[in-house]
Design a protein around this ligand. Structure first.
Ligand SMILES: [Fe+2]
Length: 234
């Protein structure tokens, strides 16, 4: 998955500031949840990921996407699960903050994204119902995804447990939502479905549409060569 064109970020991984104030998503997502979620939970994933990578300088030039997706099976066995868990937490949250945007209630997808949603779900309302239903039915912690299926380019909604990533299956995520209780419990308690409905009012549909445009571009262009880990794997 390569969406952003900026230089890939590598070890030591760092927490980017939220692109808006903690209370900017009120009343849909409360300020206390945003502060704890971003400053404590996301930071904890990064801290644990960096601690695992630190003793392995041969890994310090790899992006989180490379460590988690492209080179994961080559990582030292002693840190492979930690990179999966903590790196997955970092990768997913990094995308999650970019998808959220204040002031988007009542907006909807446009252009190619709107057309693809209508084609594969019937309507925007039907898509939202599917996204909310999938998230609500998911057992325990995890993430719900809107992805582009690599086989046929169609859009699909699916969920995965913990920090398992639909991206590991070569899907490209356009939209994700956090199903861990730390994302909603302070405000919504056991009402996960209300949180999922509220999330639809804070989505940056313009950014989600840009992600689909990048996928459509990459499907007609070969990707860059990938780096190799420079010594034998322990
Ligand atoms: Fe989270």
């Amino acid at each position: 998955m390569k969406i952003e064109t900026d230089k890939p970020l590598t070890y030591p991984f760092a927490l980017a500031p939220l692109p808006f104030a903690y209370d900017a998503l009120e009343p849909y997502i409360d300020a206390a949840t945003m502060r704890i979620h971003h400053d404590k939970h996301h930071q904890a994933y990064i801290t644990s990921l960096n601690a695992a990578i630190k003793p392995h300088p041969e890994l310090h030039d790899f992006s989180i996407e490379e460590l988690l997706l492209e080179r994961h099976s080559e990582l030292p066995i002693t840190i492979r699960q930690t990179v999966h868990d903590q790196g997955g937490g970092h990768l997913h949250h990094q995308l999650f903050w970019k998808i959220l945007k204040p002031g988007t209630a009542g907006t909807r997808p446009t252009g190619a994204l709107a057309q693809a949603i209508d084609r594969d779900f019937g309507s925007f309302d039907a898509f939202k119902a599917k996204f909310v239903e999938t998230g609500a039915k998911h057992f325990a912690s995890g993430w719900v995804f809107l992805v582009v299926n690599p086989a046929d380019g169609g859009l699909e909604v699916l969920s995965r447990p913990d920090h398992d990533s639909a991206l590991l299956e070569k899907n490209t995520a356009l939209l994700i939502n956090d199903l861990w209780e730390h994302a909603y419990y302070l405000k919504y308690q056991s009402g996960r479905v209300n949180y999922l409905k509220a999330f639809c009012s804070v989505v940056n549909w313009e950014y989600v549409g840009q992600r689909l445009e990048s996928v459509l571009d990459s499907r007609v262009r070969p990707g860059p060569a990938t780096k190799k880990i420079s010594h034998s794997v322990r």
